[in-house]
Design a protein around this ligand. Sequence first.
Ligand code: ATP
Ligand code: MG
Length: 288
Amino acid sequence: MQENLKLAIQKKGRLTEKTIELLKNCGLEIENYSDRLMVPARNFPIDLIFLRDDDIPEYVQDGVTDIGIVGENVLFEKNTNVELVFKLGYSKCKLTIAVPEANDYNSISELNGKRIATSYPVILKNFLNKNKIDAKIIDISGSVEVAPSLGISDLICDIVSTGNTLRLHKLKPFIDIFNSEAVLIKNSSLANNSYKQDILNKLLLRIESAIKAKKSKYIMMNIPKESLDIVSNIIPSLKSPTILPLADESMLAVHAVIPSDQFWKINDQLKDAGASGILLIPIENMIL
Ligand code: ATP
Ligand code: MG
């Protein structure tokens, strides 16, 4: 029997929940995985391997696992020989250089001669080199934001989302240096194994359809017959909408798939065009 495709995902952290949700949206049945290193999917030839995110690029590079899901920040930082297959669109975050609230920094040249604490020395070094800045990188593995108050560094470079942690430590964002999202990576010689490559292709189809489905909604409404042209122009439909007759012959039912983020924008226009009974329904999967 052939071996399952091995997929490394983060054991416990900011990538885990969304990754498991994505895999479930792809139809994978995953057993309870707490405290287990490896869990096979019940209905798809894939084994999930649960690891610390830092280890994933290297494991994929060395073929310990065939594919993996990590943040682009970790992928870039680890500088391994793996292939980026697909950007997954979740766990978006950015690496930011933050400065003490009390200091005014106006240009990046003011970073010259400063000590910058970070857990991402490779990404930071790359940014500093590109901008010809000569600063000292202090490589620390966690709680980077306390470094300035401990006198270890002047500035920090860390993942910032809301900025609350920065404020708590009397720091403020100065410049964003890297944008990240979760990505699917693969071992660079996986294509030589046609059985596993085939499983990956099937998984990718499912991932693409699950992501598309999440970005789309099914809209249904009733409209006066004479508004059909106006309504058709308002709906940013993927394909032409479905038009159905109603018992009341002066009315029509219109169904269409629309991008989720357009709903509120078109809702008012639809109402002005006489649409009523507007329903917006989530789509579980979408194969185009
Ligand atoms: P591990 O124990 O596995 O090493 P970790 O503490 O290094 O975990 P997490 O904090 O769980 O890592 O973050 C994992 C990844 O999630 C980060 O590398 C980044 O890509 C992404 N991430 C981090 N912070 C955020 C955030 N605030 N919002 C969205 N995504 C984030
Ligand atoms: Mg980590």
